[in-house]
Ligand binder design. Sequence first.
Ligand code: DAH
Length: 341
Amino acid sequence: MIYKYSQIESAHKNLKARFESLEDKKQIFKDKQLKELFGEIRNINPDERSGFGAEINKLKNEIQKWVEDSQVYSDNRGPIDVTAPFDTNVTTKPKLFRANSGGIHPLTAEINYILDIFYRMGFNALESRQIDDDFHMFESLNFPEGHPARDDYDTFMTTEGFIAPAHTSTMQNRALVKYKDNLEKGEPIAVVVPDRVFRNEDLDATHEHTFYQVEGIYVNKGVNVGNLIAVLREFMSEYFGQELKAKIQPFYFPFTEPSFEFAIERPDVLRKDDSEDQKWLELLGCGMIHPNVLKMAGIDPVKYTGFAWGNGIERMVMMKYGVEDVRHFESANLKFLRQFS
Ligand code: DAH
């Protein structure tokens, strides 16, 4: 409805907005702006008073109708549909929760921040999946059947052989296949995959069965270990907001050759003293992508080389903010979560 008098029209707009956000709709009758409108009658030119008064009544009736509509349920209620996203028996339009009732989860916010850094470095992002197969979890990553390193990943598996991915490396083959045409065009494959992974873990302050990793994949002509270190070091310095030294030491993964553990200099906020064992923080696994992994994606390992890495996201976020227990993230504890908003 449109009102002739501007005071009434603007009150109408404001009242409607407040009405939408009220939990107890009847409270709208007590709204200050509505009451003040009646007081306004005195200030109106006497000839116009009755017209003005009539409009206020119209508005009151409209508000009455809003309240009634919000309370009405259909007389002939159908059965309850528990699979519908709202109560299908309510005749008024379904309403979404007010946006200010919620917030972005700290892990989502950090993942977005991590992605921002990689976008700026020229990487694309892909999503992983929450159910996968043996080929992507193991075969395509150079773990042949019966390979002992398969046991290092405490993998959840259904009796039919479906797998809840235990790392984001399950996306390596897909990313390589999807972007391999880049190489012909002289462009690199540069992809990050932030997503959930699942492991059959005993839970404690530093172990969760469900957590996040970010995988990185970079392939081009002439890529070497120096490039790997430079990219990771640049990322970590940006993430922790401080120029950091990095070092690598040999490790073993079936899908990289050589394989490394990557460590950064412990950021100042996390350093207790100057002792040597306080100096480095091992953060992630990485290496030069194994020729067999490239071959399985149809990429010639003689022509192209690349590096990959995978790191746990919670661990980085815990370090950055001084979170002492990983289980807080999934606890739905508002006191914890609101500290990040
Ligand atoms: N997928 C490994 C894990 O979860 C981490 C990893 C190591 C990923 C080396 C890589 C890599 O891409 O090259 O333990």
